[in-house]
Design a protein around this ligand. Structure first.
Ligand SMILES: [Zn+2]
Length: 271
């Protein structure tokens, strides 16, 4: 163990982030600064968060994460604006093709039942899952977004995944670009495990920092993820699979995302 403290422990007034004092995945205390990133060009950037993001690395499990996550006040300020592409129904025809390729893969492992999409955005994954015979349910923190989906005839809940009380209800839970936004992604997996029926699966997507595309983007100094204001984590496939295993999921399928750069898509079964 290193004798020097890994990060500054002194609380700073108006600090926009609550600092991690240990790895948010494995709780090991030995964490150190990996690098910084500039988030000042991000569409949701507000001066309150500061232009520099600090990325940390855990010596024990290798996980890469920001030095802290936003306080509720800062989160509310950043996420007060919504991207028009993320409104229910946006780009419904073009997105149907992308969603179909995801639903087709998931349907190889689970044929029917309720499909819960967490942070459903434009709703495309749910519209398409319905075509395959799934009963679509959406979950979003914004009341207006949930209402928008209901207007399109789909059941939508306005709640946090970790507080949703419907144990064993779902056969599929999709976490498309969700886990890297959660301060403690393990909490999301605990909730998904509780909400899934016995043979249910999760679909999870996120950037993969341990791939050649990522390294080439780094080499070109063109990797957008070090300045991705909304992300608290960069996962490797290896670390994601370990986390899934720790939370009672068996990875079944790996694919490359067609929607976002350098992203991976994983299907895993509740065991
Ligand atoms: Zn760790």
């Amino acid at each position: 163990m290193s004798a020097s403290p890994a990060i500054a422990a002194t609380p700073v007034t108006n600090q926009p982030r609550l600092l991690y004092d240990a790895c948010p995945l494995c709780s090991a205390a030995e964490i150190s600064t990996l690098r910084t990133g500039d988030c000042s060009g991000h569409p949701l950037y507000k001066p309150v968060v500061g232009p520099t993001m600090v990325w940390m690395r855990c010596a024990a499990c290798g996980h890469v994460f920001t030095d802290g996550y936003f306080t509720d006040e800062v989160s509310a300020e950043i996420f007060s604006s919504t991207n028009p592409n993320q409104q229910p129904g946006a780009g419904f025809e073009q997105n149907r093709y992308l969603s179909a390729r995801i639903v087709e893969r998931v349907a190889r492992y689970v044929a029917d039942g309720c499909w819960l999409d967490v942070g459903f955005g434009n709703g495309s994954l749910l519209f398409t899952a319905e075509e395959w015979g799934f009963e679509p349910h959406g979950l979003d923190l914004r009341p207006s977004t949930a209402q928008g989906l209901r207007r399109l005839g789909i059941e939508a809940h306005c709640a946090d995944l970790t507080t949703l009380d419907a144990p064993g209800r779902y056969s599929v839970i999709s976490l498309a670009d969700v886990l890297e936004h959660m301060p403690y992604p393990g909490e999301g997996l605990v909730a998904a495990h509780r909400l899934l029926r016995e043979d249910g699966v999760i679909f999870a997507s996120m950037p993969n920092y341990d791939c050649a595309v990522w390294r080439l983007l780094d080499a070109a100094e063109a990797n957008p993820y070090w300045g991705e204001l909304e992300h608290f984590h960069n996962f490797s496939r290896r670390r994601l699979y370990e986390l899934l295993d720790e939370h009672g999921f068996e990875p079944l399928h790996y694919a490359v995302s067609e929607r976002y750069r350098a992203c991976m898509e994983v299907i895993a079964r509740r065991v």
